[in-house]
Design a protein around this ligand. Structure first.
Ligand SMILES: CCCCCCCCCCC/C=C/C(=O)SCCNC(=O)CCNC(=O)[C@H](O)C(C)(C)COP(=O)(O)OP(=O)(O)OC[C@H]1O[C@@H](n2cnc3c(N)ncnc32)[C@H](O)[C@@H]1OP(=O)(O)O
Length: 284
């Protein structure tokens, strides 16, 4: 195809598919890059972008909008200069109200299914720490660029909890079985350079601007690839994991609720919360 025809087709598809985003997001900034029509979704829930029901619901909504508008791609990043996201909001798991917890877990499942299974390409510009649920969101994306000197990993065992099977499958889709087992059983948080060495991230960046530049460059790889062929291929690789959760969704919610409310697990969470608070006090 001639370059001029390609650019005309691209411009036409940009005009007809311009995504329309709700301006009502409280915990997200959503912007579309005029040069390539890639949407950047910025997590904005200070202080640490912990994933509570509100934030998860907004992420779920934006993913629906992007799919409907046939977006050519999305970058996920953070407004904080040191935390991508601190993972699930521990307050949603500490002494939870059962009905609220079910909604929270359902929203998390929704986000995972939509992000891991999105037909459009996705990249994470990880500009801060990404423990547990933060690592999960990053691994759901197809490409990860991470700013140096931060931590990423599924550290759930450090909190006395267990990463659900669909978290584990997401890591298995990213790094080797051996590295996944070692990382999960020890609750390992990888420094940026260690994450690169093991393949948990794809590129390192010096700062957020560099991470966004590299993440944007990732989408150039798809300029000559028909989106339908891309989407089917991704579905062939990831679809069965998503089907497994769809089939077991209710059971997953019930099991998680009954495990999280066990007194030993609650004690573990309390202890971990106290450690987080003490860290601040001893630093002051
Ligand atoms: C056999 C048992 C089976 C149990 C099965 C249950 C299955 C459930 C599975 C659940 C899977 C869970 C996934 C998760 O994501 S759990 C969350 C894990 N997250 C973490 O471990 C990160 C904790 N946070 C940190 O390490 C640091 O905060 C961080 C490095 C991210 C940033 O450090 P910084 O110094 O910048 O900030 P502070 O530590 O001072 O934090 C600022 C305030 O934010 C609060 N905070 C931090 N993280 C969280 C969080 N995840 N949820 C809620 N609140 C959080 C922190 O306490 C500070 O609050 P205050 O300002 O009030 O002191």
């Amino acid at each position: 195809m001639m370059a001029s025809t390609r650019s005309l087709l691209r411009t036409k598809s940009l005009i007809s598919n311009l995504p329309r985003f709700s301006s009502n997001y409280k915990c997200l900034d959503v912007s579309v890059n005029n040069d390539n029509n890639i949407t950047t979704v910025t997590l904005k829930r200070p202080p640490v972008n912990s994933l509570n029901l509100d934030l998860l619901s907004e992420i779920s909504d934006v993913l629906t909008d992007l799919k409907k508008s046939k977006s050519p791609g999305m970058i996920l990043t953070s407004s904080s200069d040191k935390v991508f996201t601190a993972g699930l909001d521990i307050m949603e798991m500490h002494k939870p109200d059962p009905e609220r917890f079910k909604q929270f877990w359902y929203a998390l499942q929704d986000v995972w299914m939509k992000l891991y299974g999105s037909p459009f390409p996705t990249a994470a510009a990880i500009n801060g720490h990404a423990p547990a649920g933060g690592c999960l969101l990053a691994m759901c994306c197809e490409y990860r660029v991470m700013v140096q000197n931060f931590n990423i990993g599924l550290n759930e065992t450090q909190l006395g909890i267990v990463a659900p099977i669909w978290f584990i499958k997401t890591m298995l889709n990213t790094i080797s079985i051996r590295d996944t087992e070692l990382a999960l059983t020890t609750g390992r948080l990888f420094k940026t350079d260690e994450a690169l060495a093991v393949g948990l991230i794809d590129e390192m960046a010096t700062d957020k601007a560099d991470a966004l530049k590299k993440a944007n460059a990732f989408f150039e790889r798809f300029e000559m690839i028909p989106p339908i062929a891309r989407a089917y291929t991704k579905d062939s690789l990831r679809g069965s994991d998503i089907e497994d959760l769809k089939k077991n969704r209710e059971k997953d919610i019930q099991t998680t609720l009954s495990l999280i409310t066990q007194p030993k697990v609650q004690q573990g969470l309390e202890f971990y919360l106290a450690l987080l608070k003490n860290k601040k006090e001893s630093a002051a």
